[in-house]
Design a protein around this ligand. Structure first.
Ligand code: NAI
Ligand code: MG
Length: 368
């Protein structure tokens, strides 16, 4: 049986509460003999800061680099507002993304049938929605240099952020999107602002050439990012895989998230480049943050966290059947009417974090 090393980083806020539910699922997977997961635990974010005044320790960074995958819950909150900028809980996340080279962020937006009425859009617009946003995560305007604020000396300041993309960065994220589309609906929508941005112009040129050269069997369309933002709320089911840069991907994936009913539902995967042996660094985490407003109350939705573990099974461990089983277990508990408090709509019963986790484990047990 394959043995996998998983580093679990619960973080702070609701992180430890939702991590505990994912651990129950891991225990069941071990028990059922799906694989052998060896789980190590580490500290990140506020938890790491409180313990040793760092957003992540060097020892835990080393563990992350050695693990087959990292499963992270969430970090951040007002408790750490006063800490120096470079030690903020969120800087632990950025360090992990950067040092693991996680350039591809996959954010699925799936609307479960049982939740189609919990969306802010009408049922027929979102029912059955299943799209995958592929966001470039280590380049673009969040990282480009120069990045600075200069004092102009006349009472004015000047702030600069720089959007930079090189061919290889666009090609490698494009490949992730095309490969993904081949396993799904076989369609990629590439999005930028090639009409007003040089980096967007290059993006379109590179994606077009890559498509022609290696992925002509996949349907490719280009859509300007502002038009895509509009189409996402007009008729989101037209999309299969959307590939875009770091900045647009940040916004478009948050927008897509809201189509599905609750932020508490959405998992994500961040992947690095494969080495010669096909192994790559990967980190899986819910899209939401640490929800300090409800931390410690036992009411957080653990579905995004458990779904993130499901993505790890799919993308790091090549266990698609077990990943499907987790998704089905989630769909089944929702179909039965179980809702955590964050999910809108007329919930037949509102359950706690623990009850939701237990219900998913019980469903999963039936199918493994
Ligand atoms: P948030 O995602 O933590 O919370 C937004 C709203 O959604 C809150 O009302 C919260 O209660 C609710 N919510 C989020 N996840 C939920 C869940 N699983 N179940 C039930 N309700 C849930 O975003 P916010 O409030 O803007 O940020 C809080 C802290 O989290 C900040 O310090 C922020 O920097 C950090 N953050 C961390 C992220 C990460 O760890 N990847 C991502 C986003 C924010
Ligand atoms: Mg965001």
């Amino acid at each position: 049986m394959s043995i996998y090393k998983l580093l679990l980083l619960p973080g702070d806020g609701i992180g430890p509460e939702i991590s505990a539910e994912a651990e129950k699922v891991l225990a069941l997977l071990n028990e059922a003999g799906v694989a052998r997961f060896e789980v190590e635990r580490g500290l990140v974010g506020g938890a790491a800061y409180d313990a040793h005044k760092q957003a992540i320790s060097e020892a835990d960074m080393t563990r992350a680099l050695e693990a087959d995958a990292v499963l992270l819950a969430a970090v951040g909150g007002p408790k750490w507002d006063g800490v120096p900028y470079d030690l903020r809980p969120e800087s632990g996340l950025l360090r992990l993304r950067k040092d693991l080279g996680l350039f591809a962020n996959l954010r699925p937006a799936i609307c479960y049938a049982a939740l189609a009425d919990a969306s802010s859009l009408k049922r027929d617009i979102v029912d059955g929605l299943d799209i995958m946003i592929v966001r470039e995560l280590t380049g673009g305007v969040y990282f480009g240099e120069p990045k600075e604020i200069t004092d102009l000396g006349n009472g004015q300041k000047r702030a600069v952020d720089t959007q930079v993309y090189e061919t290889y960065e666009i090609e490698r994220i494009g490949r992730v999107a095309f490969e993904m589309a081949r396993k799904r609906g076989n369609k990629v929508t590439s999005s930028e602002k090639s009409n007003v941005m040089k980096s967007g112009y290059l993006w379109r040129e590179v994606i077009t050439a890559l498509h022609k050269r290696e992925y002509a069997d996949v349907k490719l369309e280009h859509m300007l990012a502002d038009a895509l933002a509009m189409q996402l709320v007009r008729w989101p089911k037209q999309f299969d895989v959307v590939v875009t840069d770091n900045l647009f991907g940040d916004m478009l994936s948050d927008e897509a998230a809201m189509l599905t009913g609750s932020l508490g539902m959405l998992p994500s995967a961040s992947l690095g480049a494969a080495d010669e042996k096909g192994k790559r660094h990967a980190m899986y985490e819910p899209c939401h943050g640490s929800a300090p407003d409800i931390a410690g109350k036992g009411i957080a939705n653990p579905i995004a966290m458990i779904g993130s573990l499901g993505m790890a099974l799919r993308y790091s461990f090549d266990l698609p059947k077990a990943a499907d089983a987790i998704d089905a277990a989630i769909a089944n508990v929702l179909a039965k009417g179980l809702r955590t408090a964050d999910i809108k709509g007329d919930a037949p019963s509102t359950v706690s974090t623990k009850e939701m986790g237990d219900a998913i484990v019980a469903e999963l047990k039936k199918t493994l």
